[in-house]
Design a protein. Structure first.
Length: 160
């Protein structure tokens, strides 16, 4: 059953197969799923925001109800602006829970009408993170099965 507009926010530096698994699940639940890339001036990302958006658009183009966008500032302000009622986040393991709980409760304090919905990615991806992907790419390990082929290519080009 589709009910609303949801935002799936994150850094996506870069998008992994774990993110894609969650996007595929979220796309089935909501009228519109907005994958929102945080423009964070403090972090030093491997890929620029436009590179990340580019890759996300490419790997989500098969879903017509998925949009890729960029946001800065508070997530709750962006959600209000986009008319979204749900924030979608993935929880891979118990270790994610504490950080996610803090963020969800803070967002609820800032905007009580916004609900955070947690989904579990497929078990195959429970150990996968952008940070580990960046690290093993920089050390020359194979990336097959961890990221979509286009991301693998861009990662190889970036670190070579
Ligand atoms: O993929 P990440 O880096 O874990 O995503 C974190 C993100 C982008 C969801 C979070 O940092 C965020 O929402 N930042 C926007 C600023 C904000 O609203 N901060 C208060 C959240 S409690």
């Amino acid at each position: 059953m589709k009910t609303s507009i949801a935002i799936y926010p994150g850094s996506f530096d870069p998008v992994t197969n774990g993110h894609l698994d969650l996007i595929e699940r979220g796309e089935k639940m909501f009228d519109l799923l907005i994958v929102a890339v945080l423009q964070n001036v403090e972090k030093k990302p491997l890929f620029s925001v436009s590179e990340r958006v580019d890759m996300l658009r490419e790997v989500t183009k098969q879903w017509k109800d998925v949009e890729v966008d960029v946001f800065d500032g508070l997530l709750v302000d962006y959600a209000r602006k986009r008319g979204a009622g749900v924030i979608l986040r993935g929880i891979r393991a118990v270790s994610d829970y504490e950080y996610e709980l803090q963020m969800a409760l803070m967002n609820r304090k800032l905007e009580g009408r916004l609900e955070t919905v947690f989904m579990l990615p497929g078990l195959t991806y429970s150990y996968l993170s952008s940070k580990l992907v960046r690290e093993i790419a920089q050390l020359g390990a194979p990336l097959t099965g961890l990221v979509p082929p286009i991301v693998e290519e861009r990662l190889k080009a970036k670190v070579s």
